[in-house]
Design a protein around this ligand. Structure first.
Ligand code: URA
Length: 191
């Protein structure tokens, strides 16, 4: 009998918890592998754990997470319906930006998680997640656009949006996020 998605994701979480490929494990309190439905059709990908995520070992549980919950609720989704992960699995000190070397050694975990879940829809939150898939893309130019992709053999629909923390800082980015979630909701309704 082959392992379930849940078992495979737990195995990956174990590897993440013992990873020492970059120094971030030294300053982090907990790894934040990702959380949600192992059979999800939709995966959201953020940047890196912040203070509360590091404290709890769960993604998007701070202020950005509260906004993400509201955006999900606006299109009738709950966390249990989706899987939420990050580019980095350990918190960068003082919430600084991920460094290229950290992204390089950490993203094989995200890739492995996506290969387990094989989501039909990938939503990237912010530029670091967008640029993992499309290194040259500018978020201000492509946000809210629906793109069919085949990535690592996974046929998926890709929709990049601003990071919720940008929406918390800037009213016009919040409006963009709200309208891009309407786009996501309409797309899901058609399926
Ligand atoms: N910001 C992110 O990108 N990820 C989290 O998990 C929390 C805040």
């Amino acid at each position: 009998m082959s392992a379930t998605n849940s078992q495979k994701l737990k195995y990956l979480s174990g590897l993440i918890a013992s990873c020492q490929k970059c120094p971030l494990y030294q300053t982090a309190t907990n790894p934040v592998p990702g959380d949600g439905n192992p059979e999800a059709k939709i995966v959201f990908i953020g940047e890196a754990p912040g203070f509360y995520e590091d404290e709890q070992g769960l993604p998007f549980v701070g202020n950005s997470g509260k906004l993400l919950d509201k955006l999900l609720a606006s299109i009738n989704l709950k966390r249990q319906d989706v899987f939420i992960a990050n580019i980095l699995k350990h918190r960068p000190p003082d919430n600084r930006n991920p460094e290229p070397a950290e992204i390089k050694v950490c993203t094989p975990f995200l890739k492995a998680q996506l290969q387990v879940i094989r989501p039909r829809v990938i939503i990237t939150l912010g530029r670091f997640a967008l640029n993992y898939f499309f290194p040259e893309a500018l978020i201000s130019q492509v946000r809210g656009q629906i793109k069919k992709i085949t990535w690592q053999g996974i046929d998926s629909t890709f929709i990049p949006v601003y990071h919720p923390s940008a929406g918390l800082r800037n009213g016009s980015m919040l409006k963009s996020l709200q309208s891009d979630f309407i786009t996501i909701g309409k797309f899901l309704d058609q399926k």
